[in-house]
Design a protein around this ligand. Structure first.
Ligand SMILES: [Zn+2]
Length: 315
C-alpha cells in the first residue's frame, strides 16, 4: 500500500501576495487526485507536528526558536526571512507538520506498514540549510527524515535523489561531510540558488557521496531521462543504499514558470517507475517521496498524479 500524507494546515502557510509557492498548489494536487480516483487507492494520513527535538536533529535550537518567533509575531501579515522566504502566523505549525509527515512516512515504510509513501507538504525543504531559511524553505524535511532514520539505527545508508529543477543547496550542505547519506541532484544550471556544480562532490568522510548533474536550459526530456536512469543506477550500484528518499519537485516540467527544462508528466511517471524499481532492487522497496517545488498548477497536479500512480503500481 502507498501512503499519502497531507494536512489541511499546509494550506494556511502563506508567503505573501503573488508568491509562487502558494496554497493553491496543494489544492490543485488534491482536486486532481480526487478526480482521478487515486485517493481511493492510497492510505491517507494526517501527520502530527514534528517536535522541536526532531527538528533539532538538523537545525540548531536558536534557529528553530527564531522561526517560531518570526511566525508567532507575524500577526495578520508576514515576516520576511530572506528575499523570497516569508512566514505568516501559521507557518511554523505548517512547517512542523511538513517535517512530521516526513518522519512518520519513513517510520511506517521502514516498519513495513506501507510499501512506499508520498508526502504532499508545504513549505518545501531542500533549500533550508542548518541555520538558514531560504528559497521558500524553513526546515529541511528530507534531511530531517534521513537523519531520523540514521539516529534510530533503522537505516545505515540513505540515498536522497533530488529531481527538483533547483539544486538542493541545503540538503547538500547538511550532509556534505557524511558518507552514510548520499545526495544526488539533477537540476538546471545556471539557476537559483547557484550551487550544484559537478565538482561539488563532498568532503572528508563525505567525499564522493554528493553527486551533482547540472543540466543546461532546454535539455530535452529524452536526454534528461537517459542521464537520470544512468546516474541513479550507477549511484545505487556503488553506494548500495538501504532506503531511498525523493526530493520530488515538479518544476522541471516544461510548463513551469520558474525554469526552462522540458519534462512532461509522463516523464515524471517514468522517473518514478525507475526510482521504485531501484528501491525494489536495493532497498527492499523502501521509498518515501516528499514534495518540493512545482509552480504551474496544472503541470504540478498532473505530474503528482503520474508520480503517485506509479508509486501505487510499483508496489
Ligand atoms: Zn524548485
Amino acid at each position: 500500500m502507498t501512503g499519502f500524507f497531507y494536512h489541511p494546515t499546509y494550506l494556511l502557510h502563506d508567503a505573501g501576495p503573488g508568491h509562487p509557492e502558494r496554497p493553491e498548489r496543494l489544492k490543485a494536487v488534491s482536486a486532481q487526485l480526487e478526480k482521478s480516483g487515486l485517493y481511493n487507492r492510497v492510505q491517507m494520513f494526517e501527520p502530527g507536528p514534528a517536535e522541536r527535538e526532531t527538528l533539532a536533529l538538523i537545525h540548531p535550537h536558536d534557529y528553530i526558536e527564531n522561526i517560531a518567533h518570526a511566525s508567532g509575531n507575524a500577526g495578520n501579515g508576514h515576516t520576511r526571512l530572506d528575499a523570497d522566504t516569508s512566514v505568516c502566523q501559521d507557518s511554523f505549525m505548517a512547517a512542523q507538520l511538513a517535517a512530521g509527515a516526513a518522519v512518520e512516512a519513513v517510520g511506517k515504510v521502514l516498519r513495513g506498514e506501507l510499501n512506499n509513501a508520498f508526502c504532499a507538504v508545504r513549505p518545501p525543504g531542500h533549500h533550508a540549510e542548518k541555520a538558514v531559511a531560504m528559497g521558500f524553505c524553513l526546515f529541511n524535511n528530507v534531511a530531517i527524515a534521513a537523519e531520523w532514520l540514521v539516529r534510530q539505527k533503522l537505516a545505515e545508508k540513505i540515498l536522497i535523489i533530488d529531481w527538483d529543477v533547483h539544486h538542493g543547496n541545503g540538503t547538500q550542505d547538511i550532509f556534505y561531510n557524511r558518507g552514510d547519506i548520499f545526495y544526488l541532484s539533477l537540476h538546471q544550471w545556471p539557476l537559483y540558488p547557484g550551487t550544484g556544480r559537478e565538482d561539488e562532490s563532498g568532503e572528508g568522510k563525505g567525499r564522493g557521496a554528493t553527486r551533482n548533474v547540472p543540466l543546461p536550459p532546454a535539455t530535452s526530456e529524452q536526454k534528461y531521462l537517459d542521464i537520470f536512469y544512468k546516474t541513479a543506477e550507477e549511484v545505487c550500484k556503488n553506494f548500495q543504499p538501504d532506503f531511498l528518499l525523493l526530493s520530488a519537485g515538479f518544476d522541471a516540467h516544461r510548463d513551469d514558470p520558474l525554469a526552462n527544462l522540458q519534462l512532461t508528466e509522463t516523464g515524471f511517471g517514468q522517473m518514478t517507475k525507475f526510482a521504485a524499481e531501484l528501491a525494489a532492487s536495493f532497498c527492499h522497496g523502501r521509498l518515501v517521496s516528499l514534495l518540493e517545488g512545482g509552480y504551474n498548477l496544472t503541470a504540478l497536479a498532473s505530474s503528482v498524479e503520474h508520480h503517485v500512480e506509479m508509486l501505487i503500481t510499483q508496489t
